[in-house]
Design a protein around this ligand. Structure first.
Ligand code: NAD
Length: 310
């Protein structure tokens, strides 16, 4: 079975490393030239929960994948705004049964992926593994997951089983989600509050809990997300989700979320259009207003512009 990781930054190379260590035939693919060059030249240096590994995993830049290469399973791990380009680069390497796995943050990636494979071949999900990229070729993977996965349509269930077995063998701690859409929307609540607010306020997760104003914003954003989630048949209780988020912020208090790290530390563009922006857009499509989510998305964009983020 040939596996490709399409988008091998922090999390992609982490998953790639876990699969490679179990003997899977894995190829890393990435669009950022420094990352591709570093791994091709000197392998991947990765810290997995404190253990150092140096792995010579095959790697291609997305523009140089051999013409005849075909992959049976492709894990998509780009940033949301890079997904379209990556799909274009890999489309000729997809065969009639290729399974596409997407556990990226953000809403509705399946709409884009469905332009390349039918819905039954898309395995969607979310993950709480955390990863970072210190410099090209040097990354870390932390935590224990899980990776929650599910099918978009009933016929996709056998593909979920296949991906589950791969992830389980690679010790990536898969779970079959009992309600895929609910798992996705709950993760949107986490990202739409913690990522967005810590980036705007330039603070740690624990700081959100310390401010009455910030906690009210967490509540209001959550309330809107919960209302918009109903268009996907997801019925969450805003108070329960809010309590879960406050608890989570306490547990991972000293941490700066990934959006903060992208924009504030590295001046990189954020996935805000696929999180709060996507909530507001989807809401508008269904006549449900989400003005606080739109405001938060605009604030993050203003900050990106101010910092000339790329
Ligand atoms: P990433 O930013 O590390 O990698 C995405 C792309 O950006 C890769 O092509 C990578 O090589 C490139 N890149 C990395 N650092 C760069 C830099 N400084 N300058 C220019 N390009 C750079 O993204 P990720 O964290 O692996 O996330 C992939 C997807 O997984 C996203 O949707 C993210 O939200 C989601 N996710 C990430 C984590 C995490 O802990 N990293 C956890 C859960 C979900």
């Amino acid at each position: 079975m040939k596996i490709a990781i399409a988008g091998s930054g922090a999390l992609g190379s982490g998953f790639g490393a876990m699969l490679y260590r179990q003997g899977y035939d894995v190829t890393l693919i990435d669009g950022w030239e420094p990352q591709a060059t570093a791994v091709k030249k000197d392998g991947l240096h990765i810290d997995i929960n404190g253990e150092q590994h140096h792995l010579n995993i095959p790697m291609y830049q997305d523009t140089e994948i051999p013409k005849d290469a075909k992959y049976d399973v492709i894990f998509l791990f780009t940033k949301a705004m890079q997904l379209h380009d990556m799909l274009q680069h890999i489309q000729s390497h997809i065969h009639d049964n290729t399974i596409m796995v997407c556990t990226m943050n953000g809403l509705k990636h399946e709409r884009k992926i469905a332009n390349y494979v039918d819905e039954a071949r898309i395995v969607r999900g979310v993950t709480t593994w955390t990863a970072g990229l210190e410099s090209p070729g040097h990354t870390h993977l932390m935590g224990a997951g899980p990776v929650e996965i599910g099918a978009l349509v009933e016929e996709g269930q056998p593909n979920v089983d296949t991906v589950f077995d791969i992830l389980e063998k690679a010790k990536l701690n898969p779970h079959k989600s009992e309600d895929l859409q609910q798992s996705i929307w709950k993760k949107i609540c986490v990202n739409g509050t913690a990522n967005a607010l810590c980036t705007i306020l330039e603070c740690r997760l624990s700081n959100l809990n310390e401010s009455d104003y910030a906690r009210k914003l967490v509540y209001k954003i959550t309330q809107e997300i919960v209302q918009v989630a109903t268009v996907d048949g997801v019925h969450l209780n805003a108070d329960e989700v809010y309590n879960y988020l406050i608890d989570l912020n306490d547990k991972v208090g000293p941490h700066f979320p990934s959006m903060y790290q992208d924009l504030i530390n590295n001046n990189r563009l954020t996935e805000i259009d696929y999180i709060n922006g996507a909530v507001a857009k989807l809401g508008a499509e269904h006549h449900i207003e989400a003005p606080v989510n739109q405001f938060v998305a605009n604030m993050v964009h203003a900050k990106e512009e101010q910092r000339h983020a790329k």
